[in-house]
Design a protein around this ligand. Structure first.
Ligand code: 13P
Length: 251
C-alpha cells in the first residue's frame, strides 16, 4: 500500500541538546498523523532521538547518509550495520547536497541503496534536476536517468521498500518551490517510469515525496496532488510548529 510520509531532514543543524528539545516539541505537537513521520537528525543524535520517537508508533528514525562498504578501514565513515544497530529505519540516499559537495555518483549511490536494504532499512532515494536542466525542459529525462542508475537494479521485493523523494535542486533552501503542477507532472512521470519497470501495481504502491522549500503554507496544495505522497522537509522541519503544520497537511 502507498504510504503518506512527511520526513524532516535536519541536515547539519542542532546540537544534541537542541535536537532533543526539538524532538520533544514535535512529539507534543503531532497527535495522530495521517501517515508516517520520519525524523532524520544528525548522526550524533540518532540513538537519543530514536529512543524518544520509539514511544509513538507513527514516528520513525532516519539517517542522512551511510557509507557503501560493510566495514573496515574507512576512517570517519559510518556503515549501514552501525546505523541499524542504533534503531535507524530509513536512510536518505543521493541527496543533491551529497551529490554536489561529496561528489557521490550513481554507482556509489546504488551501492548505498544495497547496503541499506541488506541491513533491513528503507532507502529514501533523492532525485531532482538543477535549474539549467529545467530551463531546457529535459528534467523528466534527467530524473529518469538518476532513478534507473540508482534503483532499477533492484528486485521488485526490494524496490517496494524504497521511498522516492523528488527534490528539484533549484527549490532547495531557496524559498522557490516547484508549483503544485510542476511537482505533479514530475511525480506522475516517475510513477509511469516505475510502472514500466516493475508494473502498475508496484507503481501505485510507491511513495513519492516532494522536497524543496516546502512549508506550512504551500504543503496543503502540493500534497493535494494525486501523485504526491508527502514531503521531505529541510528548513521547516527545524521548527516544531511548522513541521507539525506540514504533517497536518497530509491527505
Ligand atoms: P528545504 O526544505 O530547506 O528547501 O530543503 C529541502 C531538502 O533538501 C530536504 O532534504
Amino acid at each position: 500500500m502507498r504510504q503518506q510520509i512527511v520526513a524532516g531532514n535536519w541536515k547539519m543543524n542542532t546540537t544534541l541538546e537542541e535536537g532533543l528539545e526539538l524532538t520533544k516539541s514535535i512529539l507534543e505537537k503531532v497527535e495522530k498523523p495521517r501517515g508516517l513521520v520520519v525524523v532524520a537528525p544528525p548522526l550524533t543524535h540518532l540513538r537519543d532521538v530514536g529512543k524518544m520517537l520509539k514511544v509513538r508508533k507513527y514516528f520513525h528514525l532516519a539517517a542522512q547518509n551511510c557509507y557503501q562498504e560493510e566495514k573496515g578501514a574507512f576512517t570517519g565513515e559510518v556503515s549501514a550495520n552501525m546505523l541499524a544497530s542504533v534503531g535507524t529505519e530509513f536512510v536518505i540516499i543521493g541527496h543533491s547536497e551529497r551529490r554536489l559537495y561529496f561528489k557521490e555518483k550513481n554507482d556509489v549511490l546504488a551501492a548505498k541503496v544495497n547496503v541499506t536494504l541488506a541491513r533491513g532499512m528503507r532507502p529514501i532515494f533523492c532525485c531532482g534536476e538543477p535549474l539549467h536542466i529545467r530551463e531546457v525542459d529535459t528534467h523528466v529525462g534527467y530524473v529518469a536517468k538518476q532513478l534507473k542508475a540508482g534503483l532499477f537494479h533492484l528486485k521488485e521485493e526490494d524496490f517496494r521498500k524504497v521511498v522516492i523523494a523528488y527534490e528539484p535542486i533549484w527549490a532547495i533552501g531557496t524559498g522557490r518551490t516547484a508549483s503544485s503542477l510542476q511537482a505533479q507532472e514530475m511525480h506522475h512521470a516517475i510513477r509511469v517510469l516505475v510502472a514500466k519497470k516493475y508494473g502498475k501495481a508496484v507503481a501505485d504502491d510507491t511513495t513519492i515525496l516532494y522536497g524543496g522549500s516546502c512549508n506550512a503554507q504551500n504543503a496543503p496544495e502540493i500534497f493535494s496532488q494525486p501523485d504526491v505522497d508527502g514531503g521531505l522537509i529541510g528548513g521547516a522541519s527545524l521548527k516544531a510548529d511548522d513541521f507539525a503544520a506540514i504533517i497536518a497537511a497530509l491527505k
